[in-house]
Design a protein around this ligand. Structure first.
Ligand code: HEM
Length: 410
């Protein structure tokens, strides 16, 4: 598979430096690459210890401090709500939404990357904000589509004034939907919902409206990126590996989707291995950058407040010091005792690092298993020109020329 120019230029250079400089090196002045598993854990733990939300805009303007709210408190509320949500409705709702979104795309030429992205992201929107009117839902989806398009734009292109104005309007529209929903629920005009907006309604008195909208928007942004990218890479691997497609199909055909939730490792171990390997091989995003909030001493470098550091689960997952044959896609490396398995827990981090690690890790994994279920047992994906498909490395791993069609199985 030929590498894309993007990969050759940026990733090869980073990988070579990672190897030569043991995973921690200055990328530019004031910007440290922290691509060693243990150092990445350390730097993130130190940087985000006691993280609080930024002050409210109104307080900044009045030059006073806002009430301090810890990010941990917000995350804890979301994680508890996700647990309540999956306990109450299992994954039936998510599975039904993904099924319906796939069904809307049948029997016509498709960009399969875009289709996978949209199916996963749109199916997650009600997990974040449920019970929207059709018009508000459309506004939010337009904003989600806009976020996705920006992520998938390969070459940074200068926006025209008209495009920039339109994008601002779309984002403002999405923000207004969230604001209306928060206010409506707080005033009792709209019903409370089992979604991730609801715990923020309880925190409104402490957060204030602007910070509350920002918190919900942060989750909407989080679901507009990695889940869909991982789904597109899953479709890429599934369609080019008939042997694995057959293994997954024979495992999943016997399992009703609602059973996948409880214990995927036990119920669908082959599919779970496949999903884990997709997340190792093609981890989005390729690089994450963080501002340094407090001076931090690492073993091989010291960071000063105001500098930046970069993290990359992708680089850790492709480092031969931590993985045997890291560029080989092999779901069986996840069999217990496999020689090419992870050398430590810290070397597999598709959901990032504590205390900012993904709050939706379990749900995200289940969603990818569900996608396998749908694509192996209910739908058939056909790629127009398999030879033309290749992986590009941009902000996320992005299959290119993955055009084709989705049909219902006979
Ligand atoms: C396969 C699917 C997913 C992948 C690969 C993924 C990956 C990630 C990654 C890499 C981060 C950054 C972690 C860090 O900064 O160290 C993140 C953060 C986050 N993710 Fe996910 N994610 C997925 C699904 C989801 C889902 C389903 C939700 C919510 C329903 C979600 C909500 C969030 C939130 C809110 C954050 C920000 C956490 C914080 O800043 O404290 N993600 N995710």
């Amino acid at each position: 598979m030929p590498a894309s120019p993007e990969e050759v230029d940026i990733l090869s250079d980073l990988r070579a430096r990672c190897h030569a400089e043991h995973g921690v090196f200055w990328m530019r002045e004031g910007e440290l690459g922290v691509f060693d598993p243990e150092a990445a854990q350390q730097v993130n733990a130190a940087n985000f210890k006691d993280l609080t939300l930024p002050d409210r805009l109104v307080d900044l303007l009045l030059r006073r401090r806002s009430k301090q709210v810890s990010w941990k408190q917000v995350r804890t509320a979301w994680i508890a709500q996700l647990r309540r949500l999956t306990d109450a409705e299992g994954i039936g709702g998510l599975a039904a939404r993904m099924d319906a979104l796939l069904a809307e795309r049948l029997d016509r030429p498709l960009d399969l990357v875009w289709a996978a992205q949209q199916v996963c992201t749109q199916a997650l929107v009600p997990v974040v904000v449920a019970g929207l009117s059709p018009a508000d839902r459309r506004r939010l989806l337009r904003d989600q589509d806009y976020k996705l398009r920006r992520l998938l734009t390969l070459e940074a292109k200068r926006e025209t004034f008209r495009e920039a104005a339109r994008s601002i309007l779309i984002q403002v529209g999405g923000g207004l939907v969230v604001r209306r929903e928060l206010r409506g629920r707080a005033k009792g005009r709209r019903p409370r919902q089992l979604d991730l907006t609801d715990p923020i309604v309880d925190l409104l008195p402490d957060l204030g409206m602007d910070r509350a909208v920002d918190a919900v928007t942060a989750v909407l942004t989080a679901i507009a990126g990695p889940p869909g990218s991982a789904a597109a890479c899953l479709v890429y691997e599934l369609t080019r590996r008939p042997d694995w497609m057959a293994r997954l199909t024979s495992e999943l055909a016997a399992i009703p989707p609602e059973q996948l939730h409880a214990a995927p490792t036990r119920v669908a171990p082959v599919t779970h291995r496949f999903v884990k390997e997709v997340l190792r091989m093609w981890t989005p995003p390729l690089l994450m950058t963080r501002g340094v909030r407090t001076d931090i001493d690492l073993e091989r470098a010291s960071l000063k407040t105001g500098q930046r550091y970069f993290l990359s689960a992708y680089l850790i997952h492709h480092d031969p010091r931590h993985w045997q044959d890291p560029d080989v896609f092999d779901p069986d490396r996840w069999l217990s005792g496999a020689e090419n398995g992870p050398c430590s827990g810290a070397s597999y981090v598709p959901f990032g690092w504590s205390p900012r690690a993904c709050i939706g890790a379990s749900l995200g994994t289940i969603q990818l298993i569900l996608l396998c279920h749908l694509l192996c047992t209910r739908y058939r994906v056909q790629v127009d020109d398999p030879e033309a498909v290749r992986m590009a490395m941009v902000a996320v791993p992005l299959p290119r020329h993955l055009q084709g069609m989705i049909a219902r199985m006979a």
